[in-house]
Design a protein around this ligand. Structure first.
Ligand code: HEC
Ligand code: HEC
Ligand code: HEC
Ligand code: HEC
Length: 236
């Protein structure tokens, strides 16, 4: 009996550690990070999570929660020009018609059309990323009425590492390849797709300045190897 309990505990602990690694990337946590807005004056409740997630929706007409993950922030209604098969003849993965899943959540602040202070019950609409930190607006270009994502690494695209199923022969096997301390590549995909969060950890701090919350450092100077992030997925 004792043995079984110890075994069950060990399993639980291992599972706990694995999911913690996934949630935390470098493991430094969100407090004091670029996404900790708890000391900003517009964040009246001074909470960290609430700017993005809420445990109970308060029957707000906007129903942010329909975006999943108990979302509590405005999302963009922009349309985007995608980096897809029509744009690149060498793409193997299938690209969604428009950004979906967790990419929608990041773009809500980072495409520059929705204000950072548009969350929860607050009307917001005064502080946009272009004013907060202009360099962090993604994408950078307006393409008519569309936002052009062809200058950003493909997102909302399936990670197809199986050449027998039309996949890219130069992609690392997602289920068998670690990506930093975030588990395997498969674990940082969203419904099998590459999204912003496959490369960045929104709940992390910048361990070293200039590393942009990346799951794997891109330079020797920042504690990794040259283009370490790219070479995790791409066999080049
Ligand atoms: C700036 C916005 C933002 C803030 C603040 C934020 N999150 Fe998140 N959270 C996200 C986004 C975007 C995702 C989906 C992408 C991902 O999983 O990394 C997510 C995913 C999650 C998930 C599900 C996936 C996972 O990583 O386990 C949990 C749980 C979570 N957040 C908890 C929290 C908690 C708890 C806090 C406060 C301490 C918090 N988040 C603060 C944006 C945020
Ligand atoms: C394939 C990996 C990858 C994906 C996917 C990705 N990024 Fe990045 N991102 C990077 C790298 C690498 C950098 C480092 C700086 C650079 O090279 O521009 C970066 C830099 C950034 C920066 C810092 C400012 C800048 O432009 O340098 C922001 C903000 C950012 N990304 C947000 C996003 C958002 C939002 C998405 C989804 C729409 C996204 N990223 C998707 C790899 C990625
Ligand atoms: C609530 C709005 C909001 C959401 C949602 C959000 N961000 Fe940000 N993000 C910001 C702001 C504002 C900054 C600039 C913070 C600063 O300058 O201190 C930032 C900064 C960043 C940076 C640059 C950090 C650095 O120091 O280089 C990256 C990378 C980034 N965000 C990625 C993401 C990704 C990926 C997601 C989704 C998984 C996301 N963000 C979701 C508002 C947001
Ligand atoms: C999480 C895994 C992952 C990471 C990390 C990653 N990529 Fe990718 N990348 C992909 C996938 C999946 C595709 C789509 C490939 C396909 O289906 O042919 C892609 C596509 C591309 C393409 C377009 C190829 C084409 O045929 O048009 C380029 C270029 C590229 N990546 C460069 C980079 C660079 C540079 C980095 C580092 C900054 C990087 N990638 C990091 C997964 C990743």
């Amino acid at each position: 009996m004792k043995k079984i309990i110890i075994l069950a505990l060990a399993v639980l602990l291992t599972a706990g550690v694995a999911s913690m690694a996934l949630a935390n990337g470098l493991g430094m946590g969100i407090a004091g990070s670029p996404h900790d807005f708890s000391t900003d004056v517009w964040n009246a409740r001074q909470e960290i999570c609430r700017v993005c997630h809420v445990p109970h929706d308060h029957q707000l007409a906007t129903q942010y929660y329909l975006n999943g993950l108990l979302w509590n922030h405005g999302v963009s209604s922009a349309t985007y020009t995608m980096y897809n098969n029509a744009w690149s003849s060498s793409i193997n993965g299938v690209s969604s018609a428009q950004p979906d899943g967790t990419a929608k959540l990041c773009l809500g602040c980072h495409d520059g059309t929705v204000a950072i202070d548009t969350f929860d019950k607050y009307a917001g609409g005064t502080i946009f990323i272009g004013g907060y930190n202009a360099g962090y607006k993604i994408p950078g270009f307006l393409d008519g009425t569309n936002l052009d994502l062809r200058g950003t690494h493909p997102i909302s695209i399936t990670y197809n590492d199986d050449p027998a199923a039309g996949g890219d022969v130069n992609l690392a096997v997602a289920t068998a390849t670690a990506i930093g301390t975030s588990g395997t590549i498969a674990e940082v995909l969203d419904n099998g797709k590459v999204q912003c969060s496959s490369c960045h950890d929104v709940h992390d701090q910048e361990a070293v300045a200039g590393t942009h919350l990346l799951r794997v450092a891109q330079t020797v100077a920042t504690g990794g190897s040259a283009s370490g992030l790219c070479l995790t997925c791409h066999i080049k």
